[in-house]
Design a protein around this ligand. Structure first.
Ligand code: G6P
Length: 363
């Protein structure tokens, strides 16, 4: 009913609008004066970790990829991420210095659970990240870090993706700090996390994507591009769009366009560029120019003080200036709302996409 949706047309929209409060709940007790803390990991000798393997499906897999870019940038820990349906059939090597992190919003995804069982049999320690207290993954892993997003009804993950990112950033920062790694950039990232609820409120109160989305609602294809820590953002943007609007959206690392996918581009094939002004911006900008030369319509997300794309792209969405590591967070509500609006304009129910389930409990 509309009461359950607090007056919003769909749960998905309601849940996107709940992101500021969801983030607040994820931060409670985990941001202290001394820095990021995860009491859940007290029993773990986290300073010993040398390798981390993450396993997840769907949107949770994309959150894992963000963690990989973040932790590898700031340390020499080897981080590997795989989708659970592949992980469970690989020959995974674990030793005393390997941690496995299994991410599952529902805690019931069959492939992720089997992956946990597999590495537990091999003697690995498993940290799970879940939103559901009492779910199977919380019982089978050694410890669970809850994302505290509150129940999510919409099939496409929104606020739980944001909270996965929050929890994974805190987890990464906690590991780094325990290993004696801390620097000004990490301190800025940490300060940003503390302000994230306010920043999200500002984004969600000011954003107006109706007109821009309407320009794109009738396309049959979409190419999302991004680099570095925002390559996962491109993947998640494309997944959201295909899940609920049934548009054939794919995502590529921007530098990979020239190795094949650029052949697809023409005026019928728009490009959605995730292009904040970070250390890879100039590279992404060249890829945007190459796409423009194929006459694709280009929509880009960048940060508000960066005006360099105004003359190149057709449409721009601005997000607040953020530390480089944090753009996956600030850009998330935008890609979610864009997909939501397009699905709604195309006449689909974004809460119940065809052929999809909220959690996939069979193989
Ligand atoms: C399903 C849902 C996705 C979700 C994935 C993983 O495919 O439709 O939105 O990302 O499962 O779910 P989990 O609960 O394990 O995070």
């Amino acid at each position: 009913t509309s009461a359950e949706k607090s007056g919003y047309k769909h749960f998905m929209l309601k849940e996107i609008m709940e992101e500021p409060e969801a983030i607040e709940s994820a931060l409670v007790g985990r941001v202290t004066l001394e820095g990021p803390v995860l009491n859940e990991l007290k029993e773990f000798n986290v300073e010993r970790v040398e390798k981390i393997k993450l396993v997840a499906c769907g949107t949770s897999y994309h959150a894992g990829l963000v963690f990989k870019y973040f932790v590898e940038k700031h340390s020499n820990i080897d981080v590997e991420v795989d989708v659970a349906s592949e992980f469970r059939y690989r020959n995974i090597h674990v030793d005393d210095n390997t941690f496995v992190i299994a991410i599952s919003q529902s805690g019931e995804t069959a492939d992720t659970l089997e992956s946990v069982r597999l590495v537990k049999r091999k003697g690995a320690k498993v940290i799970s990240i879940s939103n559901v207290v009492g779910s199977t993954i919380t019982r089978e892993s050694d410890v669970t870090v809850f994302m505290n997003a509150g129940p999510e009804i919409g099939v496409a993950a929104t606020k739980t993706y944001v909270n996965q990112l929050i929890v994974l950033y805190i987890l990464g920062m906690h590991l780094l700090r325990m290993k004696g790694i801390w620097n000004e950039e990490l301190q800025r990232d940490f300060e940003f996390l503390k302000q994230a609820p306010e920043i999200f409120r500002k984004i969600l109160n000011n954003i107006d994507l109706e007109e821009i989305s309407s320009y794109y609602k009738n396309y049959h294809h979409f190419m999302y591009i991004g680099r570095g820590i925002n390559y996962p953002t491109a993947l998640e943007g494309a997944l959201k769009l295909k899940e609920i609007s049934y548009i054939n959206a794919t995502a590529y690392p921007a530098g990979e366009l020239k190795h094949g996918p650029i052949a697809l581009l023409d005026p019928t094939f728009p490009v959605f560029a995730i292009a904040p002004k970070d250390n890879l911006f100039e590279k992404t900008k060249s890829n945007i120019e190459e796409s423009k030369a194929r006459n694709s319509r280009i929509i880009a997300i960048t940060n508000e003080s960066n005006k360099e794309l105004e003359k190149i792209v057709d449409d721009i969405i601005y997000v607040p200036d953020s530390p480089d590591d944090m753009y996956p967070l600030t850009i998330s509500p935008v890609i979610q709302l864009f997909a939501y609006l397009i699905a709604d304009m195309r006449g689909y129910d974004p809460d119940k996409p065809r052929n999809l389930a909220k959690s996939v409990t069979v193989e």
